[in-house]
Design a protein around this ligand. Structure first.
Ligand SMILES: [Ca+2]
Ligand SMILES: [Ca+2]
Length: 483
């Protein structure tokens, strides 16, 4: 008697099976590149348009790396680099070379400089500045600088043809060209979309966010969280989401259009963010809910986000390496160009085509809803998926037939089988001449079986099945996650 048909009577007992929602969308990242960092990064910038990664260390160096060639270009400060920023076009990096201040007076103790790196030629240029502690770029030829000592000043500067930056804002007497901001030292972000400057102080007693805007090149004070106000108890980092959708002051997320509006609090300080994800120390969170989404393979607080995409670089301080991560997607799907084939098929009712149709439960089993092989009690059987070109993947998920196959539900990570599932199989990748085993599963009883492995680049995978319950191999879906 054919075992695939014998189970038809089971279906009726699952009238109580309710629809179960899918697991919360788990965002995972695939590491697509990594290399040894030329220095210990305390800050990083990524310019995808120039294919460059720029590292600042805690001392006096900024090192720019041409990602394609790996060639580094090192620039040393006259005193020390305290900050750097990327111009909105992605072409220039500005480095603040801080000459120091007379403590308590807000005047320079020695000359500050701003260095400008042209990423198209990897060449540096230099201007003297009034006080260059922190820097944000308005354009390729305009920067806002901030002092560092206690009650700080801002200057708005043009990158002119002379040896010194040209102040654009009105000088305010004692403070030289600086605008006295009435805020305690900290860090700030400038948002070119709104012309607003968001400052988060490093206040030891009162933690505050203060907004300014640039109008006709002058600084105009806007709303602030207030003394011991709405931002009290937060701080430690200052982050603007790459799309300008949120501002982070430590663990606190506020509305960048109204910094007095607290949106939510994260379980830890946020060090980088785009419109959908906020990065803590290795862990990353849904920017819209605050929920933990996952963690990188290492702890870090040093990120370089793609200013307009969803990939990023992270610095691993334990190994002094940098790693490029991209959101994973299921590259096996037919809609992604995946093409499935198999060692055999039981009949036209059990074809291989549904194993990569993004339907995991196996609805319509026995009627084109999933694959079963055609060699009774004989192993191995295999299914293969050829990708649309070479992909880097780090996990494969194999879904097999659940016990109540006639009324299947979305498989969870813990759903087990006792009747028809795959018990023993390997996940293999093609290296160009042979199949390489990426992961081995034995004694499996999970309907949804995830197989993790070191990132592997290949244009095809196989699931090689060496044993299964019910005399045949049965698969409802195969996912390959990567880029
Ligand atoms: Ca399917
Ligand atoms: Ca077989």
């Amino acid at each position: 008697m054919h075992l695939l048909l014998r189970v038809l009577t089971i279906g009726s007992i699952c009238g109580i099976c309710a629809f179960l929602p899918r697991d919360a969308a788990a965002l995972t990242y695939t590491e697509v590149d990594s290399f040894a960092a030329p220095t210990n990064a305390t800050m990083m910038i990524y310019s995808p348009t120039m294919d460059a990664l720029v590292l600042k260390n805690a001392a006096s160096a900024i090192v720019a790396i041409d990602i394609e060639s790996g060639e580094p270009t090192t620039r040393l400060a006259n005193t020390r680099f305290t900050d750097m920023t990327l111009s909105p076009s992605g072409r220039y990096v500005f480095g603040a070379d801080y000459g120091g201040e007379n403590i308590g007076y807000g005047t320079p103790s020695s000359t500050s400089y701003v260095h400008r790196l042209d990423l198209t030629s990897m060449t540096w240029d230099l201007r003297t500045a009034y006080i260059a502690g922190n820097v944000q770029a308005v354009s390729d030829t305009q920067v806002i600088l901030k002092s560092i000592d206690q009650w700080v000043t801002f200057t708005n500067n043009a990158w002119g043809g002379g040896t010194a930056l040209v102040p654009l804002n009105t000088a305010s007497g004692y403070w030289g060209p600086g605008y006295y901001a009435s805020v305690y030292f900290g860090d700030f972000r400038y948002d070119i979309r709104t012309g607003r400057l968001l400052h988060g102080n490093a206040g030891l007693s009162s933690q505050e966010i203060q907004a300014f805007r640039i109008a006709n090149n002058e600084f105009v004070k806007q709303e602030g969280s207030g003394i011991y106000g709405s931002a009290q108890g937060y701080g430690g980092t200052v982050v603007l989401a790459t799309d300008g959708s949120a501002f982070y002051y430590g663990a606190l997320q506020v509305d960048p259009l109204d910094v007095t509006h607290n949106v939510r609090v994260f379980p830890e300080r946020i060090y980088a963010a785009n419109g959908s994800v906020a990065h803590g120390n290795g862990k990353y969170y849904d920017a819209h809910t605050g929920l933990l989404l996952g963690a990188l393979p290492f702890s870090t607080t040093i990120y370089a986000m793609n200013p307009s995409g969803d990939d990023f670089w992270a610095f691993d301080p334990a190994s002094t390496t940098v790693h490029h991560f991209m959101p994973s997607s299921n590259v096996a799907m037919a809609t992604a160009g995946g093409v499935a084939s198999a060692s055999s098929a039981y009949s036209a009712a059990f074809p291989v085509s549904p194993i990569n149709n993004n339907e995991r439960a196996g609805a319509n089993w026995g009627n084109g809803g999933g694959w079963a092989d055609g060699t009774l009690n004989t192993f191995p059987d295999w299914v293969q998926i050829n990708f649309a070109g070479s992909k880097t993947i780090d996990h494969v998920v194999v879904y097999t037939v659940q016990d109540y196959w006639a009324n299947p539900v979305e498989p969870t990570d813990t759903m087990t089988f006792t009747q028809w599932g795959l018990t023993d199989f390997t996940v293999q990748g093609w290296n160009g001449t042979a199949w390489v085993i990426l992961g081995t599963v034995s004694g499996n009883n999970l309907v949804k079986r995830t197989v993790n492995f070191a990132a592997y680049t290949t244009d095809r995978i196989r699931i090689n099945i060496t044993n299964a319950l019910g005399a045949y191999s049965r698969i409802t879906e195969v996912e390959a996650w990567g880029q």
